[in-house]
Design a protein around this ligand. Structure first.
Ligand code: PLP
Length: 393
């Protein structure tokens, strides 16, 4: 059975060019980049190139790039550094719809006595900057807002938010794990101090991430050890993955146009056909301020898990809620924060495409999904009573 992979916000396939770039560093080129000999030195040279490739994708300078093990580590390193460099400040600001990498960290810090403000979003998942401004105080150490939401794709106005925060002398961090490589990012043109990236969301392998730290921003390392990453992240470098990430960033820069044309068109087609063929369905999230690859659709009166299981029988991969929260039957915290009604939130499915998605795959899903929803609804007592009420009205 062919796999139709529409779960690219959970993880992406490693691009063939990325794998090719990495393989020699698992076999013959295994030197340690910190070694004095030229066998290690040639690996160090390749790491320099990778750092330049990553920096180029986001308009940064190579010395602003710190390689980490994942997006979660980057988020943790950024926030802990902000707190360590501002020990007198005890207040943190974030939003209600962040990924657990930030949400759970902030909950943990709240347990240690920090005051945490979680900004609300409206029913489209959009953030109101007036709430942000109203939340700031001289005691605020850092504001952390995601660039784009992993479940709905909704894009936050982080550049404007960072300006407002900088005017008040407060640090600003953004989790750009979902936006990097999908929409343009230019760190020369914004006031964001720290930015998190994860390799496996942009066709590099799992287990590699980046923390961007703006030049001049005070930084206190989370991982203390050797002199790697100029003492900002100890530990022998994951050389094949860093080299792979460099290549992935080079490809992502070239694919930005495709993301915003071909991928967007395919996503729009998937969404339009499903909404047309399936009654009582709707898109969650602002339709305009949204990543081009993501759609989150609710099918009322069905369970997302049921839909996923039946789609799985056809090899179709998607997510209900976020990949990290599926496994629990609670509606996702993101949809709850948006006030999506319970019967809609439960039947929500996230489809996330990539530059490898094809028209045939989209047509396959639009053909298979409507009968799946119909089948599940016919088994649902809610749906049966709604259908009866409509018939007698
Ligand atoms: N932040 C966001 C918005 C994410 O979507 C994810 C992963 O899904 C992460 C952080 C965590 O990244 P990683 O899996 O690299 O730790």
């Amino acid at each position: 059975m062919k796999t139709v992979y529409l779960d690219n916000n959970a993880t992406t396939q490693v691009a063939p060019e990325v794998l090719d770039a990495m393989l020699p560093y698992y076999s013959e080129l295994y030197g340690n980049p910190s070694s004095m000999h030229s066998f290690g030195g040639q690996v160090a040279q390749k790491l320099r190139e990778a750092r330049e490739q990553v920096a180029a994708l986001i308009g940064a300078t190579p010395d602003e790039i710190i390689f980490t093990s994942c997006g979660t580590e980057s988020d943790n390193a950024a926030i802990r550094s902000a707190l360590a460099t501002n020990p007198e400040k005890r207040h943190l600001v974030t939003s209600r719809v962040e990924h657990p990498a930030i949400r759970s960290l902030f909950a943990n810090l709240a347990g240690q006595g920090y005051r945490v403000t979680e900004l609300p979003v409206d029913k489209s998942g959009v953030l109101d900057l007036e709430h942000l401004v109203g939340s700031l105080s001289p005691d605020t150490a850092v504001v952390s807002l995601m660039w784009a939401n992993n479940e709905t794709g909704v894009i936050f106005p982080v550049e404007k938010a960072a300006e407002l925060v900088r005017e008040r002398g407060i640090l600003f961090h953004s989790d750009a794990v979902q936006s990097t490589g999908k929409i343009p990012i230019d760190m020369k043109k914004n006031a964001i101090d720290m930015l998190s990236i994860s390799g496996h969301k942009l066709h590099a392998p799992k287990g590699i991430g980046v923390l961007y730290v703006r030049r001049g921003t005070k930084f206190s390392p989370f991982m203390i050890g050797g002199h790697q990453e100029k003492g900002r992240r100890g530990g022998t470098e994951n050389t094949p993955s860093i080299i792979g990430l460099g290549k992935a960033c080079e490809l992502a820069a070239r694919h930005l146009v495709t993301e915003n044309t071909t991928v967007r068109r395919l996503r729009d087609r998937l969404e339009a056909v499903l909404l047309k063929r399936i009654p009582q369905s709707r898109v969650n999230g602002d339709l305009l301020r949204r990543l081009p690859n993501t759609t989150n659709i609710s099918f009322e009166f069905v369970e997302g898990e049921g839909i996923l299981l039946l789609m799985n029988e056809y090899g179709i991969c998607a997510s209900s809620g976020s990949a990290c929260t599926s496994g629990s039957l609670q509606p996702s915290h993101v949809l709850r924060a948006m006030g999506v009604p319970f019967t809609m939130a439960h039947g929500s499915i996230r489809f996330s495409l990539s530059v490898y998605s094809t028209e045939e795959e989209i047509d396959f899903v639009t053909e298979k999904l409507p009968p799946i929803i119909e089948r599940l609804r016919n088994m649902s007592p809610y749906w049966t009573s709604v259908a009866q009420a409509c018939a007698t009205a």
